[in-house]
Design a protein around this ligand. Structure first.
Ligand code: FE2
Length: 362
């Protein structure tokens, strides 16, 4: 179909609003293997907020903390805790993208404007998506600096963990809102419904969820949207919505080239991952057939495997990366499969529910 009304090129960066960006930067460098590349704060003349830019492969994170209670990030953190504020898109023309997005029904957040410094300018605008999350729209004019205007180069090399780029970013929305937001990505961004999962695919004894995966035609940007489905107990999506104070980003999946190497490194770095019961591995070979990796090595690290018609994938999920049980990460390697690990949902959600019960939230 080739429908890309916003002329979206890729995810430019993901911005987190956090209580302590300096410590968060340390966590993503030493835990996930990101390198710091740029900085904006008091020393650069920015007095209202401080931001660190972290990069690994093609994945860019911006960690921003407010410097005073009047900055909008202060209220955001009070309400949500640390979380994703912005999934920023690199577009061909920010003015046109903003005009088309708002004409197609998106709520404007920031009208188009120049952001400039001595390295040149970009055009910048933003639209709202679910919850308090926004999509910045960024297009380049003549900018040649380290990240975006206002930032200075501030390199601190991390120990690269083999992460290549963002694979998908999942949003949790309130009961009854999934269709609305799927329509939003279809109407505003021209995305297509790629896969849907319902409560028959994703349910355990206690809880269920429904999910629609929205994707652009190139499949370079994939946005699954989850909503809770009624279950016997509080679902993991309900726990998120309660803890985050509404809709927001649930997890970011990071694509890697060698799951065993990346997960091994992150585990040694102290990143805690969810574990499924050992019985999962007793039946793994029967379920997914032959794979290149040793089942023992996969079992040791707690990696999950799923296969579909096109191939297989390796995946693992971190524990939430803040104290509120909200945002977490997935580390995924694709060997042909373009799916999301449907065969793992049951085992995985049962292990999430064990954690939920330990938190007193089931
Ligand atoms: Fe995922």
């Amino acid at each position: 179909m080739g429908d890309n009304p916003l002329k979206l090129k890729k995810v430019h960066h993901v911005e987190f609003w956090v209580g302590n960006a300096r410590q968060a930067a340390f966590f993503y460098r030493n835990g996930f293997g990101f390198s710091q590349t740029a900085y904006r704060g008091l020393e650069t003349g920015e007095r209202s907020a401080t931001s660190y830019v972290l990069t690994q492969g093609k994945a860019n994170f911006v960690l921003t903390t407010p410097m005073n209670p009047a900055h909008p990030a202060s209220e955001h953190i009070r309400k949500h805790g640390d979380g994703v504020k912005d999934i920023a898109f690199h577009v061909e023309n920010a003015d046109q993208a903003y005009e088309i997005a708002t004409r197609r029904g998106a709520k404007g957040a920031v009208e188009p404007r120049d952001l400039s410094d001595e390295h040149g300018s970009v055009r910048y605008a933003a639209i709202h998506t679910y919850g308090d999350t926004i999509h910045s729209l960024i297009s380049y004019k003549d900018y040649s600096g380290p990240f975006l205007p206002g930032f200075v180069s501030a390199p601190i090399a991390g120990d690269d963990a083999g992460i290549l780029r963002i694979d998908h970013i999942v949003g949790n929305v309130e009961l009854g809102q999934m269709e609305h937001w799927a329509d939003f990505y279809s109407k505003v961004c021209g995305f297509h419904r790629y896969i849907s999962f319902d409560d028959k695919d994703i349910s355990t004894e206690y809880s269920a969820l429904m999910s629609i995966v929205m994707s652009d035609d190139s499949k370079s940007v994939k946005f699954p949207i989850n909503e809770p489905a009624p279950g016997r107990r509080k679902s993991q999506i309900d726990e998120y919505l309660e803890s985050y104070g509404g809709a927001g980003v649930q997890h970011i999946a990071l694509l890697c080239k060698d799951e065993l190497a990346t997960v091994g490194k992150l585990t040694r770095n102290g990143i805690p991952f969810l574990r499924v019961p050992d019985a999962y591995y007793d039946v793994l070979r029967d379920r997914v057939g032959n794979i290149d990796e040793s089942i023992d090595a996969i079992r040791d690290l707690g990696i999950l495997v799923d296969r579909d018609e096109e191939g297989y994938l390796l995946q693992i999920f971190s524990q939430p990366v803040e104290d509120r049980p909200t945002v977490f990460f997935e580390i995924i390697q694709r060997k042909g499969s373009r799916g999301f690990g449907k065969g793992n949902f049951k085992a995985l959600f049962e292990s999430i529910e064990l954690e939920q019960a330990r938190r007193g939230n089931l």
